[in-house]
Design a protein around this ligand. Sequence first.
Ligand SMILES: Nc1ncnc2c1ncn2[C@@H]1O[C@H](COP(=O)(O)OP(=O)(O)OP(=O)(O)O)[C@@H](O)[C@H]1O
Ligand SMILES: [Mg+2]
Length: 113
Amino acid sequence: MKKIEAIIRTEKLEDLKVAITSAGVAKGMTISQVLGFGNQKGFAEIVRGHKVTPTMLAKVKIEMVVEDATVDKVVDVIISAVQTGEVGDGKIFIQPIEDVIRIRTGERGHDAI
Ligand SMILES: Nc1ncnc2c1ncn2[C@@H]1O[C@H](COP(=O)(O)OP(=O)(O)OP(=O)(O)O)[C@@H](O)[C@H]1O
Ligand SMILES: [Mg+2]
């Protein structure tokens, strides 16, 4: 099992929800509003060597725990739904998940995703 954590443009959230739903790849999803910066430190351009204090930009973070076999499909769906080709499109992080527990039933692991 893996957790796919995607940080995307706020305005792309609706497109992503539609794409994920129609692809039928989500067992569940968590969404948070986050602040952050990437390589451009929150600016469209940086003068080389010039020190800047990063500007925190509002983004949306999506977290989805899926089976290993589903990871590539989900990544493809996310990219197709939110990529503009401009800086600031966001990033996807993939982490191993040790266990999942459904609180209602006590089921664990794959049965609980
Ligand atoms: N290495 C990182 N660690 C944690 N969060 C990150 C990292 N890189 C990007 N983020 C988060 O993702 C958001 C979008 O990053 P962004 O798309 O600007 O990445 P980038 O590496 O600068 O790529 P690009 O050159 O396409 O802009 C950031 O505002 C931040 O919240
Ligand atoms: Mg950037």
